[in-house]
Ligand binder design. Structure first.
Ligand code: S3P
Length: 435
């Protein structure tokens, strides 16, 4: 582990471009691997999580290679994935594990999935349950965790599945299994989650039907489906942009442009909440990239006020709460959050990890079962200190880096290594923006 102290900084200035969206990058590789023929992907995130997906798909027959700045994928087609000759190492990546379990579930192959210490604690029963209904068989570690073995069923049985938790990973796992399942597979979402799977499958030529029934969103597709190769442009990741949006909002004098940020309405909750808190965020040159809404964001320092965050916004900013808590710690007055039980089963228990990290550096935080309540300083810098425990969670490390910029003595984190899972050039961009 490499400890690192993030020092108080001057204003964030200039224009930076965050790397490609992690969710979209995983899906682009998976769908390209299921198409017959060659797809080209630009802007792919080259973080460890996405590379874990690429390695697994190669083991099952896809050819995936970097060509200049792009990635080129020669797919094997739906139904013709090869039996892997070794365990598939998912590293730290919940998205790789859960989506690939869906893919494997309807193919006649057996695979072992492993992961690092953090991923091996995370619940997989949420995908095991619907995929077992489709006919796949699983042997998991105690508590429904990795390592696990999946025995796919070909042909699998189509299901209509109502999501018990708001999870785009579970939705996508079932839809991916549906691609090689004869008949109609339907996922019913009481609460809408990120819709990159639906959007991108259409780009690969799959007919995805979306209907609203009794206030619920129903997504259906019919298998076996043929995917046509597609060129995908991956927009910048709003979840990575979030760290810089908060940093520029809380460091006095900042005026920063974040270029090419994906602003899918199922992902842009953090920017909306920051604006409700008084942040200055302008959307410039709004456009579409790869079937996704995109804009450049100009963010200037502003005085933030605490608010009660609407729990209904949680799915659209689920990965951004750690850094929102940092913004709240610098805002004027109280910020309350609720409905965040899911944060306890991310790369770490993010409610408990952020409560203790923020307390360590002088913030006033109450941890509740389903959220945090934070009394902000009204803009006065936090004391700082540390070391804070990141629990090997990339988003805790980056959030506390942002807190360090707006502190009196800097913030030390126990390691910066996990940042490479989602944002390999984070430290370089931070240097660039803080000059
Ligand atoms: C993701 C969905 C979310 C998110 C994760 C990526 C995806 O997880 O936290 O980082 O790509 O579908 P859940 O589906 O568990 O909410």
């Amino acid at each position: 582990m490499t400890p690192h102290r993030f020092l108080p900084s001057g204003p964030l200035k200039g224009r930076i471009r965050v790397p490609g969206d992690k969710s979209i990058s995983h899906r682009a590789l998976m769908f390209a691997a299921l198409a017959v023929g060659r797809s080209r992907i630009s802007g792919l995130l080259e973080g460890e999580d996405v590379m874990a997906t690429a390695a697994a798909l190669r083991t099952m027959g896809a050819r995936i290679a970097r060509e200049g700045d792009d990635w080129v994928v020669d797919g094997v087609g739906v139904g013709t994935l090869l039996q892997p000759d070794r365990a598939l190492d998912m590293g730290n990546s919940g998205t790789s594990a859960r989506l690939l379990m869906g893919l494997l579930a309807s193919h006649g192959i057996t695979a072992v999935l492993t992961g690092d210490a953090s991923l091996s604690k995370r619940p997989m029963d949420r995908v095991i349950e619907p995929l077992s209904q489709m006919g796949a068989q699983f042997t998991a570690s105690p508590g429904g965790t990795l390592p696990l073995t999946v025995r796919g069923m070909q042909p699998a049985v189509p299901i209509a599945y109502r999501l018990p938790v708001a999870s785009a990973q579970v939705k996508s796992a079932v839809l991916l299994a549906g691609l090689n399942t004869p008949g109609t597979t339907t996922v019913i979402e009481p609460v809408p989650t990120r819709d990159h799977t639906e959007r991108m499958l259409r780009g690969f030529g799959v007919e995805v039907r979306i209907e609203e029934r009794d206030g619920e969103r129903c997504v259906s597709l019919s298998g076996p489906a043929d995917l046509a190769p597609c060129d995908v442009a991956v927009p910048g990741d709003p979840s990575s942009a979030a760290f810089f949006a908060v940093a520029a909002s809380i460091v006095p004098g900042s005026d920063l442009v974040l270029e090419n940020v994906g602003l899918n309405p199922t992902r842009d909750g953090l920017f909306r909440v920051l604006v409700q808190m008084g942040a200055s965020i302008e959307r410039l040159d709004e456009r579409e990239v790869g079937g996704e809404p995109v804009a450049d964001l100009r963010i200037r320092h502003a005085r933030l006020r605490g608010i009660a965050v609407d729990p209904a916004l949680a799915p659209s900013m689920i990965d951004e709460f750690p850094v929102l808590f940092v913004a709240a710690a610098l805002a004027e007055g109280r910020t309350t959050t609720a409905g965040l039980e899911e944060l306890r089963v991310k790369e770490s228990d993010r409610l408990s990890a952020m409560a203790s990290a923020l307390r360590t550096i002088g913030a006033s935080v109450e941890e509740r079962a389903n959220g945090l309540v934070i009394e902000g300083t009204g803009g006065a810098p936090l004391a700082g200190g540390g070391p804070v425990a990141t629990h090997l969670d990339h988003r805790i490390a980056m959030s506390m880096a942002v807190a360090g910029l707006a502190s009196r003595h800097g913030v030390q984190v126990d390691t910066t290594e996990p940042i490479a899972t989602s944002f390999p050039n984070f430290l370089a961009l931070l240097d660039e923006a803080t000059g």
